[in-house]
Design a protein around this ligand. Structure first.
Ligand code: NAD
Ligand code: TDX
Length: 332
């Protein structure tokens, strides 16, 4: 049994990870989360208090971070400002949390010789052409496009430097787009599901031709546990489940699964600098550490996600109007 410090554990992927750890291991967990607009205490409801504790605090605050890192067997670092559209509007919190926050945690991990796993994104590699036969690998050069992805790239490079210069026991994973329960309604899939549930037409940026490589958040969690267990210190692992879909197809599937006409969506103003396509080659993780995803069928994973949003309106309703007002002010 181990004690994990999970930063950002009240956010989307972090809370899915905490649920996964509780049901698949006997580890105990401390969540460190600032509860920004993206964090939600309710995402941890129903978990046993003797195994999960929530500390509300900021990862840039050494006084909060240091004793928690000292008490943990491993840190799993999810906390971040995570939304590209917000980073185009106000980049500063991305620099504070993603860069200074990661630096603060690394310094504590260095002081206390604590195992560290850094959660990152495939967006650090930039984007691919629609017809490019290649996918991202661990060797792809960094080429981030947005303030969000550039701060994630910066945080990855800090981790690599702290491994090489100070011997911090760290690994990194870069994952593709996640979907599943507890995702904020500002993001693509929950925005469109909750639009449909509210009688609003889904909104596609540009022509809807951009491609994302979808993985269920639970598969991301099992991959992270595999890396914590068997990963080689200093190594980077790409996480993906061969789930490439263009945005228009995803919206059409949501409309079909909810019994609406599949052309009942609007094309809206595109995102500036919008990455065209992401695609992950996760051969290294599969062949060296023996991981495989379990959510093979996107349509059934999406149907289950729609059911979750239908059954949990109290979780998302308080944020929905504010998010739509923000997008409307940008013609989106
Ligand atoms: P999210 O925005 O849903 O959650 C982020 C969490 O971090 C929130 O609970 C928030 O309160 C917390 N947080 C923010 N700033 C903080 C601070 N200064 N101190 C403490 N807590 C703070 O994000 P997410 O989609 O769950 O992403 C989690 C991680 O996974 C991020 O590092 C992101 O880059 C990475 N990632 C996300 C995806 C995806 O598809 N969403 C894909 C690959 C990687
Ligand atoms: O209303 C929308 N309409 C639309 O067409 C929204 C919100 C998005 N989009 C498009 C933009 C993207 O091509 O859908 C795609 C997905 O958008 P997001 O959910 O904002 O995700 P993305 O920008 O791809 O980034 C996500 O995956 C990588 C996460 O938010 C990041 O945290 C992660 O690093």
């Amino acid at each position: 049994m181990s004690h994990l410090l999970v930063t950002g554990g009240a956010g989307f992927i972090g809370s899915n990870f905490v649920h996964h750890v509780l049901s698949h291991t006997d580890h105990t967990v401390t969540v460190l989360d600032k509860l920004t607009y993206a964090g939600n205490r309710a995402s941890l409801d129903g978990l046993p208090e003797e195994r999960v504790r929530l500390v509300v605090g900021d990862i840039t605050d050494t006084a909060v971070v240091d004793p928690l890192v000292a008490a943990a067997d491993a840190v799993v670092h999810y906390a971040a400002e995570s939304h590209n559209d917000n980073s185009l509007h106000d980049p500063r919190p991305f620099l504070d949390t993603n860069i200074i926050g990661t630096y603060t945690l690394l310094e504590s991990a260095r002081r206390h010789e604590t195992r560290f796993h850094h959660i990152s994104t495939d967006e650090v590699y930039g984007d691919l052409e629609l017809d490019d036969p290649d996918r991202f690998t661990e060797q792809t050069p960094y080429n981030p496009s947005s303030p969000y992805s550039s701060t994630k790239a910066g945080s990855d490079l800090l981790v690599r430097a702290w491994v090489r210069s100070f011997g911090v026991q760290a690994t990194i994973s870069n994952c593709s787009n996640n979907y599943g329960p507890y995702q904020h309604v500002e993001k693509f899939i929950p925005r469109q599901i909750t639009n449909v549930l509210r009688g609003i037409r889904p909104k596609l940026y540009g022509k809807g031709e951009n491609v994302r490589d979808w993985i269920h958040a639970d598969d991301h969690s099992s991959a992270v546990l595999t890396i914590l267990d068997k990963g080689v210190i200093g190594e980077t692992y790409l996480i993906g489940a061969d789930g490439e879909k263009d945005n228009k197809s995803v919206v059409e599937l949501i409309l079909q699964l909810t019994g609406r006409p599949t052309d009942a969506y609007d094309l809206v103003t595109d995102r500036p600098g919008h990455d065209l396509r992401y695609a992950i080659d996760s051969t290294k993780l599969r062949s060296e550490l023996g991981w495989t995803p379990t959510y093979g069928d996107f349509a059934s994973g999406l149907a289950a996600t729609i059911d979750w949003y239908r059954a949990n309106e109290a979780w998302w309703a308080p944020t929905k109007d504010g998010v739509e007002a923000f997008y409307a002010s940008k013609g989106q």
